[in-house]
Design a protein around this ligand. Structure first.
Ligand SMILES: *Cc1c(COP(=O)(O)O)cnc(C)c1O
Length: 388
């Protein structure tokens, strides 16, 4: 049968990780012992106090009914409290916070609230694929701002052509960054605010990795920069911070109009996050944050094993200050696709080709720190034998 798909689906690239999973499964079927550094999904369980809270909450029939569209008031209060403790900024939970069914959901729906056909969304590249795809699905045009090593993997705002800026409505940033593992400081954020004000742009800040940082570093929130609350919305997620990727819980904070626009779209499409999951989320945000510190300490050890190992092999890889990714340059003369293939076929290591996140990612592969130290050491050993 030949059912024609909607045009908008034909405009989308295939979802990157689907293809990588297929290749991995092929090699695994040959009996190879795979070290999977592909997808950014924590390998550790959700902390017990959060699981226990879900169990209790799920027993209460009050949680079995439709949730409130914008999220439980108590969850939004908890998010406001967490945000103030963490970033020192007080938010109005009624107007400046909305619960999300994972931040991917919110990021994907945001363009439907603010992008008309022909409007440009300024998206980083390489990037988390959702920004590009959701812009296209909403009928907008993504403009790809390259993240280049010479600019510290920050978009060069002055390099955006005037013709593009005229049509641009939204500027999207993501720090700490997936996939380049770089961070932005408040000076850069201040430049973003000034640029947005000058050109009448909204700013979307994807802040999924603010809690995953090393060597005592605390990544800032975009919203704490003066003027940011007038132009910006920031997406936070419990997924990486509390090993809760499967639970689907996040929240957006920021400018009340932007939050309300997103909420209007969501009310037409979904019926909110399960209350029991939100109650468990309150336990995560208000509970002891030692679990977060422990997680960072563990990833930091892993990072040190992998990055030092790669550096000892002569690879020009930088020590990331945040995220659980390592953005690894390919050996000279080898493309991202080729390096990914050789890592898989010759070392049994799953990586993600940098250009899969967008063409400017060519020349890199992304490695995720989602296996334990001994397996990372094993990965380095296998690479050493290959003689890169
Ligand atoms: C993992 C990730 C998210 C979080 O997604 P959830 O839907 O909250 O699980 C958001 N942005 C980026 C860049 C990510 O890597």
């Amino acid at each position: 049968m030949g059912f024609a798909k909607a045009e908008r689906l034909n405009k989308l690239p295939p979802y990157l990780f689907k293809e990588i999973d297929r290749l991995r499964d092929e090699v695994r079927a040959r009996g190879v012992d795979i070290i999977d550094l592909g997808v950014g999904d924590p390998d550790l369980p959700t902390p017990q106090h959060i699981i226990t809270k879900l169990q209790e909450a799920a027993e209460d029939p009050a949680t079995h009914r439709y949730p409130a569209y914008s999220g439980m008031n108590r969850f939004r209060d908890a998010a406001a409290g967490w945000f103030e403790r963490r970033f020192g900024l007080k938010l109005d939970p009624a107007k400046e916070i909305i619960t999300l069914i994972g931040s991917k959901e919110g990021l994907a729906h945001f363009p439907f609230a603010f992008i008309n056909p022909g409007d440009v969304m300024l998206c980083p590249s390489p990037a988390y694929p959702v920004y590009n795809s959701s812009t296209i699905m909403a009928g907008g045009e993504p403009y790809h701002m390259p993240l280049l090593k010479e600019n510290g993997f920050l978009p060069d705002l002055e390099a955006i052509p005037a013709g593009v800026l005229k049509k641009a409505k939204v500027l999207l940033i993501n720090y700490p960054n997936n996939p380049t593992a770089t961070v932005a400081d408040v000076d850069y954020y201040a430049q973003v605010v000034a640029f947005a004000q000058k050109h009448g742009l909204m700013v979307v800040s994807d802040a999924a990795y603010t809690e995953m940082a090393y060597d005592g570093f605390k990544p800032p929130s975009f919203l704490t920069v003066p003027g940011a609350m007038e132009v910006g919305i920031e997406f936070h997620s419990l997924s990486k911070t509390y090993n809760m990727t499967g639970w689907r819980l996040g929240f957006a904070v920021g400018n009340a109009e932007l939050v309300a626009g997103l909420g209007q779209v969501k009310s037409q499409i979904d019926s909110g996050a399960f209350d029991a999951v939100q109650i468990a989320g309150i336990a995560a945000l208000e509970g002891d944050q030692k679990c977060v510190a422990d997680m960072c300490a563990l990833y930091q050890e892993r990072r040190d094993v992998l990055v030092k190992g790669l550096q000892d092999l002569g690879m020009a890889v930088e020590m990331p200050r945040a995220t659980f990714y390592v953005w690894c340059p390919c050996p000279k003369g080898i493309s991202s696709a080729e390096f990914t293939k050789r890592l898989l076929n010759e070392c049994g290591i799953v990586s993600t080709p940098g250009n899969g996140f967008g063409e400017p990612g060519e020349g890199f592969v992304r490695l995720a720190l989602t296996v334990d130290k001994s397996r990372l050491a094993e990965a380095v050993d296998r690479l050493a034998k290959l003689g890169f």
